[in-house]
Design a protein around this ligand. Structure first.
Ligand SMILES: Cc1cc2nc3c(=O)[nH]c(=O)nc-3n(C[C@H](O)[C@H](O)[C@H](O)COP(=O)(O)O)c2cc1C
Length: 155
């Protein structure tokens, strides 16, 4: 029996937009033909144990003050040094909900992820302003891609 690959979704949402994206990502990653272990958690509840469990990671945050959310930053603050040397090369992707282009949230996460270092394996999904059906569909596709990729050890 082979061990399943593990996909972890970590997100924060204050007003629900990023939460809608997270649900769509989870839906895609739960595709019935893809056989992985999937866990989705709020950033405030995620820690070193979950990070070490993951074979691939999807991070979701609103852009707040030109940066990732405080809760996502707190997650990184808590795990960065304890995870040092144990998570190198971990595949990750992002989704962001923002009023503008989300570039501040994306670049702030990328900067920290380069420190581990993690490997960004898929283009991020960014929701600008009002959430569209197309954006949510892109989130479903992101989840499916990451789940299929980790299942086949593509990353
Ligand atoms: C305190 C605060 C700061 C924000 N700062 C930014 C920002 O710098 N850039 C931006 O594009 N949107 C900004 N926004 C808008 C949020 O990113 C946007 O409303 C997002 O969809 C919220 O996601 P949520 O519903 O998951 O909390 C800010 C919102 C709040 C509440």
């Amino acid at each position: 029996m082979t061990t399943k690959q593990n996909l972890l979704i970590i997100y924060h949402s204050k007003d629900g937009s990023t939460g809608k994206m997270a649900s769509a990502v989870e839906q895609g990653a739960s595709h019935p033909d893809i056989d992985i272990e999937l866990k989705m958690m709020l950033a405030k509840d995620a820690g070193l144990e979950e990070l070490l469990w993951a074979d691939a990671l999807i991070l979701g945050t609103p852009e707040n003050f030109g940066y990732m959310s405080g809760a996502m930053k707190d997650f990184f603050d808590r795990v960065f040094y304890p995870a040092e040397g144990k998570v190198e090369g971990l595949a990750f992707a992002m989704f962001v909900s923002a009023g503008n282009d989300g570039s501040g949230a994306l670049s702030s996460i990328r900067r920290i992820c380069q420190g581990f270092p993690f490997k960004e394996v898929q283009a991020p999904v960014v929701s600008q302003g009002e959430m569209s059906a197309d954006t949510l569909e892109s989130c479903v596709e992101l989840g499916m891609y990451m789940a299929a990729g980790v299942e086949s050890k593509l990353f």
